[in-house]
Design a protein around this ligand. Structure first.
Ligand SMILES: C[S@@+](CC[C@H](N)C(=O)[O-])C[C@H]1O[C@@H](n2cnc3c(N)ncnc32)[C@H](O)[C@@H]1O
Length: 194
């Protein structure tokens, strides 16, 4: 889809503004590992700087991410990526430090090239989002790409949008991006912790 690059360029520009080498970042939906690899290259240095946590419910996604990272990262960087084969609603059980993470990235929906029936779900996505709000540090962000074209996608988008709308305006700046002349385009939400 032609509109996809617009979103990915925008997200990567935003990540670059927020992430420094040495940061801790989270990919809440690893999928094929493309986002994890980009986040890892921004956060990981060669001298044990930075940590990446990646989550996915499907073992095939964890395997694909792991082999992409093996190719894309140096041996030192690869050692600092921890892949968790579990639901992202467990974020808070895996990462204990509050106000510490620079970016939590969600790319919702189904695994491209995988089983389209296995998608993220409103209830666990919102649970994960809630955990993410306490993990993110001041000046850090949560990014979400939400798709409305598949069954359940629009409900999930509305649930995350509703969650973001209710975040306290003295603590969070929440924005929403969409393409005006592409009604079914993915939606991008960026939640910045002040
Ligand atoms: C659109 S894909 C992610 C694409 C990925 N970021 C990339 O760069 O390739 C969504 C992923 O979310 C995963 N997923 C679905 N429900 C999940 C959950 N509750 N917790 C963690 N991952 C989940 C799916 O298995 C799928 O791999």
């Amino acid at each position: 889809m032609l509109f996809a690059p617009t979103f990915y360029i925008l997200i990567q520009m935003i990540w670059r503004q927020v992430i420094s080498v040495g940061d801790t970042v989270v990919d809440a939906t690893c999928g094929n590992g493309h986002d994890t690899a980009i986040l890892a290259k921004l956060a990981l240095g060669e001298n044990n700087e930075g940590v990446v946590h990646g989550f996915d419910l499907q073992s095939s996604a964890i395997e694909k991410t792991s082999s992409l990272l093996d190719k894309e990262l140096s041996t030192n960087q690869r050692k600092r990526v921890y892949l968790h084969h579990t639901c992202h609603s467990k974020l808070g059980q895996v990462i204990k430090e509050k106000n510490f993470v620079s970016v939590v990235a969600f790319n919702l929906g189904y695994l491209p090239g995988g089983e389209k029936g296995i998608t993220t779900a409103s209830n666990t996505t919102v649970e994960a989002l809630m955990c993410a709000t306490s993990l993110v540090k001041h000046g850090g962000i949560i990014t979400l790409v939400s798709y409305i074209g598949h069954p359940g996608g629009r409900d999930e988008y509305e649930a995350v949008r509703d969650f973001a709308t209710r975040l306290a305006s003295d603590k969070w700046i929440c924005s929403h991006w969409e393409l005006l002349n592409r009604p079914l385009c993915p939606r991008l939400l960026v939640l910045l912790k002040k």
